[in-house]
Design a protein around this ligand. Structure first.
Ligand SMILES: NC(=O)c1ccc[n+]([C@@H]2O[C@H](COP(=O)([O-])OP(=O)(O)OC[C@H]3O[C@@H](n4cnc5c(N)ncnc54)[C@H](OP(=O)(O)O)[C@@H]3O)[C@@H](O)[C@H]2O)c1
Length: 283
């Protein structure tokens, strides 16, 4: 008799994407998937079992992504930064290729593929001219969202021209923005009390467009504002064994007087090649 073929990484990723599309049943029962010769049972919180039992590397993939893929919470916002041991995400001139290794880059693309929308700050577009598409793994491109409160970006950046995915620019409601920037649609939200864009209003605006699983990909200012305003469910920090010693910081929050005021979220940890991913749970 032929031995059953074990679930491999490609099959596991297909299963994760299928679980993201369908979710677990609303009545709280288990989602059951058949991939090749393997059967996979997924609980509403993402815990899983499989027959036959997959290799450890495949198990780690399912452990990392299934809780995010079947997450029922809406809106659901996850941010990620790849940073050095000393907490930098780029050199002072903005050079950031690459702070973390290839496994974290693949992780970034997998997170994009799970998301309805990927969101970045204006400086990331200004300095990197990124595509923000899914290229390192199978998956659909999310809607691309750029926060540009002063509308300082011109229409010539790649993501405003390439039509690879729908693109939104979000600016402040007190501006009088044109309806489009290149091919991107321009939308407005109110400012929060500190004068920055209100991150909850951004999440609500995207939710009204059916974009409720949001991946905040950087940079440090943007992720920090979401965190400071309590608008993040998860924060993923991938720490690379690199010391930059100067440059653009990752998380920056208002000063505290006592370490007891620091955040101590629940954590999940995953090795990504030479790097270590810490996922903080704020929900
Ligand atoms: N290592 C990584 O994981 C990673 C990821 C992404 C980017 N990067 C690097 O990070 C650098 C850019 O990061 P950064 O921290 O300097 O800037 P950033 O977060 O990309 O952009 C900051 C700008 O976005 C706008 N913005 C974001 N959130 C806002 C809010 N809630 N309200 C109002 N405005 C908001 C502001 O624009 P205005 O200044 O016009 O007000 C702000 O100055 C680049 O070098 C890039 O290569 C690294």
């Amino acid at each position: 008799m032929r031995a059953p073929i074990l679930l491999d990484e490609a099959g596991a990723w297909d299963a994760i994407c299928a679980a993201r599309r369908t979710g677990t049943p609303a009545n709280g029962s288990t989602l059951w998937l058949e991939i090749g010769d393997s059967r996979l049972w997924i609980e509403p919180d993402g815990r899983w079992s499989a027959d036959p039992v997959p290799l450890p590397a495949v198990g780690r993939l399912l452990d990392l992504y299934l809780p995010l893929a079947v997450q029922a919470r809406r809106p659901f916002t996850v941010a990620h930064l790849g940073q050095s041991l000393d907490g930098r995400i780029a050199a002072a001139n903005g050079a950031s290729r690459w702070v973390t290794g290839p496994e974290d880059l693949l992780h970034n693309h997998r997170m994009r593929a799970l998301a309805d929308a990927i969101l970045v700050g204006a400086d990331t577009v200004r300095l990197d001219d990124p595509q923000l598409t899914v290229r390192r793994c199978p998956g659909d491109n999310p809607v691309r969202v750029v926060l540009d409160p002063m509308l300082g970006l011109g229409p010539d950046y790649a993501l405003f021209r390439d039509a690879a995915a729908a693109t939104l620019v979000i600016t402040a409601a007190d501006r009088a923005p044109p309806p489009r920037l290149g091919q991107a649609e321009v939308l407005t939200v109110p400012r929060a009390g500190d004068g920055t864009l209100d991150c909850h209003a951004i999440v609500d605006l995207l939710g009204r467009r059916g974009l409720s699983w949001i991946f905040v990909e950087g940079g440090g200012i943007t992720v920090s504002r979401f965190l400071a305003q309590g608008a993040l469910d998860r924060l993923q920090l991938t720490i690379s064994p690199l010391i930059i010693g100067s440059g653009r910081p990752g998380i920056q929050l208002p000063e505290i007087q006592d370490l007891a005021q620091g955040l101590r979220p629940r954590l999940r940890r995953f090795a990504l090649g030479e790097d270590m991913l810490f996922e903080c749970d704020f929900s």
